[in-house]
Design a protein around this ligand. Structure first.
Ligand SMILES: NC(=O)c1ccc[n+]([C@@H]2O[C@H](COP(=O)([O-])OP(=O)(O)OC[C@H]3O[C@@H](n4cnc5c(N)ncnc54)[C@H](OP(=O)(O)O)[C@@H]3O)[C@@H](O)[C@H]2O)c1
Length: 306
C-alpha cells in the first residue's frame, strides 16, 4: 500500500482509505464480518478510516471503535464528522452550532475509544454556518489535543471553494470519481492552497455497472434503494462507463480507483466495501497505473457526460 501526505497536516495516509459507513455500520450486517473487514484493511496497509457521527444511523462510529479495540491506532488516521446526527427513526438532523460540534467530537472520541481524532470534518455545512465562533471552537479542539486536523466534507463545489480560502481547515472531502471529472479544477485549487484532498465515493457507488447486475445480497438491495432515491443522476452518468469492467488484467473497481489516484492532488481515495474480496481487490489498486488507451477511453466517456 502506498502512502501520501495529507496536505500540510504533517499526517501521512494510505492512498486508499476504508469507509465505515452505510451498510457496513448497520446491525443487519453481521458484526464479525464488519470488524473483520477493518482488521483485514489494517493488515493490507490501510491507515485511513472514514466515518461519521450520523453514519449508519449512529451505529458506524461505535462499531469502528469496537474494531479498533486492542489494535495499535497510533499508526492510523481515524476521521469522523460532526454537524449531523441520527435523530431517531432513521432521520438525520443537522446542528452545526459550536456547542453541538464540540459535544459531537467529544462523543466521537468515546465511541471510537481514542484520545484524539486524526481528522474531524464538518458534515455538509452551509456557508453561513462557518461562523467565526465555530472556527474558534474547532481551533480550540485542536489546541486541546483532541483533534489533529480539521476538514469539511461537502459535495457542494461553492462551499468547498469557500473552505479552501479558510486557513482553519486542513482538509476537504469532495465527491470525486470517474463520473466527476468536473471536480478536477477545484481539487487542484484546494491542493495548491495546501489542503489535503479526500475523494469520497471513489467508486462512484458502483454505478459504472448496471444496477440489476449488482443485486446479489441484502446490501446490494440497500445500495440500489439509496441510488434510486437519491442518486439517479449518478446512475445515469454511469451508463457510459461499462467498458471499465471489460478490461484485461484490471477490474472495473481497480480501474476506477486507479483513475482517482492518477490525480496527484488527491491524498486518499475512500471506498466502502462489505465483501472481503472487494476490499482485497481494491487494496491491490494501490500502485496500479492506468494504461494510456484506457485513460483515453475514460476521457472520451467523460466528454459525453452532460
Ligand atoms: N456516499 C456518500 O454520500 C458519502 C458521503 C461522504 C463520504 N463518503 C465516504 O465515502 C465512502 C465510500 O462511499 P460509498 O460507500 O457510498 O460508495 P463507494 O465506495 O463509491 O461504493 C460502494 C459500493 O461499491 C461496491 N464495491 C466496493 N468494492 C467493489 C469491488 N471491488 N467490486 C465491485 N463492487 C465493489 C460496494 O459493494 P460491497 O458492499 O458489496 O463491497 C458498494 O456497493 C463512504 O464509506 C464514506 O466514508 C460517502
Amino acid at each position: 500500500m502506498r502512502h501520501r501526505p495529507l496536505g500540510r497536516t504533517g499526517l501521512t495516509v494510505s492512498e486508499l482509505g476504508f469507509g465505515c459507513a452505510s451498510w457496513w455500520g448497520k446491525p443487519a450486517f453481521e458484526e464479525r464480518q464488519a470488524l473483520g473487514l477493518v482488521h483485514r484493511a489494517i493488515d493490507l496497509g490501510v491507515t485511513f478510516f472514514d466515518t461519521g457521527a450520523s453514519y449508519s444511523a449512529g451505529e458506524a462510529e461505535p462499531r469502528l471503535g469496537r474494531a479498533l479495540k486492542g489494535r495499535d491506532a497510533s499508526r492510523l488516521v481515524i476521521a469522523t464528522k460532526a454537524g449531523t446526527y441520527h435523530a431517531g427513526g432513521g432521520r438525520i438532523a443537522r446542528d452545526v452550532s459550536p456547542a453541538a460540534v464540540v459535544a459531537s467530537a467529544e462523543r466521537s472520541l468515546k465511541n471510537l475509544g481514542l484520545d484524539a481524532l486524526g481528522l474531524l470534518q464538518l458534515h455538509g455545512p452551509a456557508a453561513a454556518e462557518l461562523t467565526d465562533e465555530l472556527l474558534r471552537a474547532l481551533e480550540d479542539l485542536k489546541a486541546r489535543g483532541l483533534v489533529r486536523a480539521l476538514g469539511v466534507n461537502s459535495f457542494d463545489p461553492a462551499l468547498i471553494e469557500r473552505v479552501v480560502a479558510l486557513p482553519e481547515f486542513d482538509v476537504v472531502m469532495v465527491d470525486y470519481n470517474v463520473l466527476r471529472p468536473e471536480r478536477e479544477p477545484l481539487i487542484a485549487r484546494a491542493a495548491a492552497a495546501g489542503k489535503g484532498v479526500l475523494a469520497g465515493m471513489a467508486l462512484a457507488m458502483g454505478h459504472t455497472r448496471p444496477l440489476l447486475s449488482r443485486l446479489k445480497g441484502p446490501q446490494d438491495l440497500w445500495y440500489a434503494a439509496r441510488a434510486l432515491a437519491r442518486h439517479r443522476g449518478e446512475l445515469a452518468r454511469g451508463r457510459g462507463f461499462g467498458f471499465l469492467h471489460r478490461q484485461p488484467g484490471i477490474s472495473g473497481s481497480q480501474a476506477a480507483l486507479a483513475y482517482v489516484l492518477a490525480n496527484p492532488d488527491v491524498s486518499c481515495a475512500v471506498f466502502g466495501a462489505t465483501r472481503l474480496a472487494h476490499l482485497e481487490e481494491n487494496a491491490a489498486a494501490s500502485g496500479l497505473t492506468l494504461p494510456q488507451p484506457l485513460m483515453a477511453q475514460i476521457r472520451a466517456a467523460q466528454a459525453r457526460l452532460t
